[in-house]
Design a protein around this ligand. Sequence first.
Ligand code: AMP
Ligand code: ZN
Length: 113
Amino acid sequence: MTECIFCKIANKDIPSKIVYEDDRIVVFHDLQPQAPVHVLIIPKKHISSMDDLQVEDTELIGYLMVKVKDIAAELELENGYRLVNNCGEDGLQTVKHLHFHLLGKRKMTWPPG
Ligand code: AMP
Ligand code: ZN
């Protein structure tokens, strides 16, 4: 999707601080970090939100989820981390390209706001 900011990041049309990339996913630092480590994990395929996932995306999303522990290890989050998805209006999703926030290096609070 040409006007999607995260598609532009995946395509290198706009700069970002990429920490990991392969043929299916990209991981880059969030512009407004909410923790000492705050990266976004996205599929390269444009999927607008969790609500837009299709059965054919099962393998891709399973792959992304299995990769989380490797990305966390690479970022030295051995003490734990939080993985967050914001979906839709009530979930406060602002960028309409599916992404997972990976936050770490501080003690999180619960419940989230
Ligand atoms: P969400 O509110 O879940 O949709 O999260 C979107 C996230 O994308 C926010 O944490 C923003 O700070 C982040 N963000 C927006 N634009 C960029 C960008 N160009 N590079 C990195 N992070 C971005
Ligand atoms: Zn996109």
